[in-house]
Design a protein around this ligand. Structure first.
Ligand code: IVH
Length: 687
């Protein structure tokens, strides 16, 4: 009996190990490659801890591939495609073990005491929340800068790093630097620069970065180095590797590095005991809130370099260092009211208006409440004092209510039963916790949202903003998307402060938008669940709007990334005669509704006479991509030769193809760059 129980438990544990490994790998990808984590560091650390414990209990599950055994990789899936060469690290670039528990620091101390008879000290430093960098200086000049990559191989970002003002290109002459050495540290973005960047991104309709770390990591991988100097990145260095110099301690080494002109943190402290370390941690847990940049913990390092060497490394981190991580900062503030926002697809999102409060360097006035279930779980009342925390997303979240501060007369926040904009009873999707307003054709917020989506940069790229749509809509000039193309100068002249120049700019932009390829028009229609990639897939597979309209469920489902929900949504959309009429009007206005037309139109012949070889995995199937190329006049080549014009390299495109292309001087472009080419737009990078 016991054996059966044990076997079942073991089977479950092994399954859980597999699940955790998959989840953690996917979180690593979101964090290190996409710079867009979907969970907080704390949530990630809990999963990692669970995996470590299970692997300890079931050593037979060991795998060198487990996320417990290797550092999360920031390598762009294909170095060449992304514009960065990859380069091997001279010494592996590892991560740090971490804890949220002071008691574990005593255990860390205990392990070290077992390894030595001699006395030792620690150096405590801030844990900068940015992205790791490894710099090599040769004869006083910055020779190379590599990201951590997968710890063995990093992306060569030297060009970009040269644009960061605090990193010297040349060290101080005569300061005694070694002929060749490596120094590692963190590139980070101070809060001021982060706010400025996000403000600009919002104006440009680019998605804002959720936090300064993502912004720093994303900026470091920009393909155009010229943009870097404006991003306000900074650097602090914390690990010198200079074997030819016989430094005794880490503090001595860093002091020397500072004297060569390198940026080294001024906030570190040598400590003699864990109690001293605890005091340093306590001090910084509050002081960090006054720093102009983000820190997420304290790094504790054995100071004596000979002891560091004898302690060595595990597969993933040094045994001579660990990080004590601060719990995410939270702030207590008053909930003033709740807005129920209606999105363009009718989804209702509750957003809390808060008494402004300082949190991790920025003032927070709003926080997400996600949906009715979340509100119910929090048991939120108007006027409550609530804790807010910054998670993986851009808008902070409310984590809990301070029940002790609730007034007896406080009224429970009720999720509305009707649309706050048009009054239609809301419906709830069975598999989603979200509530929707089903009145998509008449609900004013949804209608305005549709126009805002249609004119957005990724769709029709029409030169207008939300305020213009607001006015055009409230004046009754636009009801259907097609009404945009019927606007007259006389009508536009009635808009607030609009003069001849703004009118002609807007009309020109409308005219230019007619040249947009079919997939952009399709995306712009705002059919629920059709994102940018799905629009490309559908355009590639069906070729034109008529075939798409006539497609049955089966045909739709046979398209890549089209599932039941999307198929229903597409069929529902085209079953509405008002939509068909509107599409006909857009067609008569001159918008492009077929790939064929793209190809015939002046913009689309850009690939005529060109031979393209495709390699790797793309957002659409290879067949669809080939069709796309052919429909734009291009020829598909089977192998790279000197007659090839472009190699379109997707993910996992083979190294040998890349090398051959480079050898023969064939231009390597990404899938997105192919679309730029077919739209006659300049490429971002030339390889
Ligand atoms: S020492 C082998 N010191 O935190 C030495 N790392 O979560 C490892 N970090 O990968 C690095 N501040 O990117 C060190 N003062 C500091 C640090 C620091 C931030 C980063 C570093 C590391 C990560 C681990």
């Amino acid at each position: 009996m016991l054996v059966i129980f044990w076997t079942v438990k073991k089977k479950e544990a092994i399954q859980r190990i597999e699940t955790l490994r998959k989840e953690l790998n996917s979180h690593n990808h979101n964090y290190y490659v996409l710079n867009n984590p979907v969970i907080t560091d704390f949530e990630y650390d809990i999963l990692m801890n669970e995996l470590q414990q299970l692997e300890k209990m079931y050593p037979e599950s060991y795998s060198a591939d487990s996320p417990t055994q290797k550092v999360g990789s920031d390598l762009s899936s294909d170095g060449v495609q992304q514009g960065f060469a990859q380069c091997r690290h001279k010494y592996p670039m590892l991560s740090l073990s971490n804890t949220y528990d002071l008691q574990e620091l005593y255990a860390f101390n205990e392990r070290i005491s077992k390894a030595t008879e001699k006395s030792w000290t620690y150096n405590c430093e801030l844990k900068f929340d940015g992205t790791a960098i490894c710099l090599t200086y040769v004869n006083g000049s910055l020779e190379r800068a590599l990201t951590r990559g997968d710890g063995t191989v990093g992306d060569d970002v030297t060009q970009n790093v040269r644009q960061i003002a605090s990193i010297p290109h040349r060290l101080k002459e005569g300061s005694g630097y070694p002929a060749e050495f490596e120094i590692r540290g963190e590139i980070f973005m101070p809060y001021v620069a982060f706010d400025k960047l996000n403000y600009q991104r919002e104006l440009d309709e680019d998605p804002p970065f959720a936090n300064p770390r993502n912004a720093a990591a994303g900026s470091l991988k920009l393909l155009d180095s010229k943009q870097i100097s404006d991003r306000g990145l900074e650097c602090t260095l914390y690990h010198l590797i200079a074997p030819e110099r016989d430094f005794k301690t880490h503090t001595e080494a860093l002091k020397e590095a500072a004297s060569w002109g390198l940026p080294v943190s001024e906030f570190s402290k040598e400590c003699n005991s864990i109690d001293e370390i605890a005091a340093y941690i306590n001090e910084w847990d509050s002081r960090r809130k006054t720093l102009p940049f983000a820190t997420d913990g304290i790094v504790i390092k054995v100071n004596q370099l000979d002891l560091q060497r004898s302690l060595g490394f595990t597969a993933k981190s040094p045994r001579w260092a660990t990080a004590y991580k601060f719990k995410a900062e939270e702030a207590l503030t008053k909930l003033l009211s709740i807005d129920y926002q209606v999105g363009r697809t009718g989804a209702i999102t509750p957003v809390a208006n808060l008494e402004p409060v300082q949190l991790s360097g920025t003032v927070v006035k709003r926080a997400s409440l996600h949906n009715s279930e979340q509100m119910e779980a929090l048991d939120i009342h108007l006027g409550d004092y609530v804790y807010v925390e910054k998670g993986g997303e851009i808008i902070p979240k409310i984590t809990r209510v301070e029940f002790g501060k609730r007034l007896p007369e406080a009224v429970k926040a009720e999720f509305p039963k009707n649309c706050p904009d048009c009054g239609t009873p809301l419906v709830k999707d069975e598999d989603e916790a979200k509530s929707f307003c089903p009145n998509s054709d008449f609900c004013p917020m949804q209608q305005k949202g549709k126009f805002i989506h249609f004119i957005s940069r990724k769709a029709m790229n029409i030169n207008a903003g939300e305020a213009t749509i607001e006015q055009l809509y409230s004046k009754g000039y636009i009801k259907e998307l097609s009404d945009l193309y019927k606007l007259t100068s006389k009508e536009l002249a009635t808009l607030d402060k609009w003069k001849e120049k703004s009118i002609s700019n807007f009309l020109n932009s409308l005219e230019e938008s007619k040249q947009n390829p079919f997939h952009k028009v399709l995306f712009g229609l705002g059919i629920r669940y059709i994102g940018e990639t799905t629009a490309k897939n559908l355009a590639g597979r069906f070729g034109n709007i008529d075939s798409l309209m006539q497609a049955d469920r089966e045909q739709l489902l046979a398209t890549e990334e089209v599932g039941e929900k999307l198929a229903d949504s597409i069929m529902g959309y085209f079953a509405n005669p008002a939509h068909i009429k509107m599409i006909e009007e857009l067609r008569s206005a001159g918008l492009i509704f077929s790939e064929e037309q793209d190809h015939k139109g002046s913009l689309s012949e850009t690939l005529t006479g060109k031979t393209l070889v495709v390699s790797g995995v793309f957002s659409i199937s290879r067949e669809e991509l080939k069709k796309y190329i052919e429909s734009h006049g291009g020829k598909i080549g089977s192998s790279i030769s000197k007659n090839t014009d472009y190699l379109v390299a997707g993910e996992k495109s083979g190294e040998s193809k890349m090398q051959k292309a480079q050898k023969l001087g064939v231009q390597v472009i990404s899938e997105d760059e192919l679309y730029l080419l077919t739209e006659n737009k300049p490429l971002l990078t030339l390889f």
